[in-house]
Design a protein. Structure first.
Length: 372
């Protein structure tokens, strides 16, 4: 800075801060050798507080307004510098402007999943993220606890500390609340307010900051758990699984009939689906006949499903009818331990556990007696 600039600075002095960052919390007014003229104008805009610091000691604090710096409105600084009858121009002092506006575009999140014991799922891992707002509540405590001699102090410099405090408080909160994972969404508002209060208790007196808002935006489960929940929800929406399977088979048969270029493979698939459909219809008929028997009417024995599939070396083979199953049992391809499936079964089942197939594994009859 040249001599002319220095003289001009001592002749006219306006101390002010125009903040256009919306993230700066503290800003130190730059003065050449910290010299401030007697009678200088101090402009403190709404959302600001000006703090005078003399040789590392906090002095006077000015709220929003316009002031002329004289001994009368600098009582603490006058005492610190020993002014009894006014001060000479210029005097040396540091002026810090502290923003009291809210910084609202701040985010937090769990860097690693949180382990919890859930009533529905047992031990699970949760992730969460949200937003929070930051505001300077005590300028003196902020300057003493965090700023020190920094010329500019913004929200990013304290962001890591606050995110760590929020994540730590959130982990303790959800662990103590014993809220089921599926009920967290219904309790987000209450948990957010409790989280804000817990973090506020840690930063209020020590750092001079306040959190007007601390929100939990989302809590998520691991992807594999979410996929299992989606599957379970889909099953609940489907309802009657047997009727759904019949509908799916009917749709597949229609698609196969509309694709004449499928060749023998498509024809075989259509035959298999038709057999499975017939088996399902036979099962439904058997159920109706069972109801008639319960009412005292005659009922025929349930028919053997017409389409069976065997699991051989991890591959599904079939469909087989009753004669095909008997032949497979005679070849040793079908044993009581062989997994078998048909539309009448809930899933792949060992053949020995299917009552309608018990005759295939009965011991052979004894040899007839010799002729006389």
């Amino acid at each position: 800075m040249g001599l002319l600039d220095t003289l001009r600075g001592e002749l006219v002095d306006i101390v002010e801060w125009i903040d256009d960052t919306n993230r700066t919390l503290v800003w130190r007014f730059p003065r050449w050798q910290n010299a401030i003229k007697n009678g200088a104008q101090l402009v403190v805009r709404p959302g600001q507080v000006a703090v005078f610091v003399d040789r590392g000691r906090l002095a006077d604090v000015f709220q929003p307004g316009m002031y002329q710096l004289t001994t009368a409105n600098l009582p603490i600084l006058s005492t610190l510098q020993g002014w009894k009858y006014g001060f000479e121009s210029p005097f040396k002092c540091e002026v810090y402007f502290v923003s009291t506006r809210q910084v609202t575009d701040l985010k937090w999140g769990t860097p690693n999943p949180i382990m919890l014991r859930d009533a529905d799922f047992g031990p699970i891992r949760l992730r969460a993220f949200g937003t929070y707002a930051l505001k300077a509540a005590d300028p003196k405590a902020l300057l003493t606890g965090l700023v020190g001699t920094d010329a500019v102090f913004d929200a990013d410099e304290v962001g890591e500390l606050l995110r760590s405090l929020i994540v730590s408080a959130f982990s303790q909160l959800v662990g103590e609340a014993h809220v089921a994972a599926l009920d967290l969404a219904a309790n987000t508002a209450a948990l957010s307010e409790q989280l804000r209060k817990r973090v506020q208790e840690k930063i209020d007196d020590e750092y001079g900051l306040t959190l007007p808002q601390c929100l939990i935006v989302n809590v998520s489960l691991p992807p594999e758990v979410e996929k299992a929940l989606d599957t379970r929800s889909s099953m609940g929406v489907i309802g009657d699984m047997q009727r759904f399977q019949q509908f799916q088979l009917g749709q597949a048969m229609l698609a196969s009939a509309q694709n004449p270029g499928g060749g023998l493979a498509a024809a075989g698939a259509g035959i298999g689906m038709g057999a499975a459909m017939a088996a399902q219809m036979g099962g439904a008929l058997a159920t109706q006949q069972g109801g008639a028997l319960a009412q005292g009417g005659p009922a025929a024995p349930p028919p053997l499903p017409a389409a069976w599939h065997l699991a051989v070396n991890g591959q599904a083979q079939g469909p087989f009818d009753a004669a095909g199953l008997a032949a497979a049992a005679a070849r040793g391809q079908l044993t009581p331990a062989t997994l078998i499936w048909s539309a009448a079964l809930a899933g792949w089942t060992p053949a020995g556990q299917v009552p309608s197939l018990a005759g295939l594994f009965a011991p052979p009859p004894p040899p007839p007696p010799p002729a006389k």
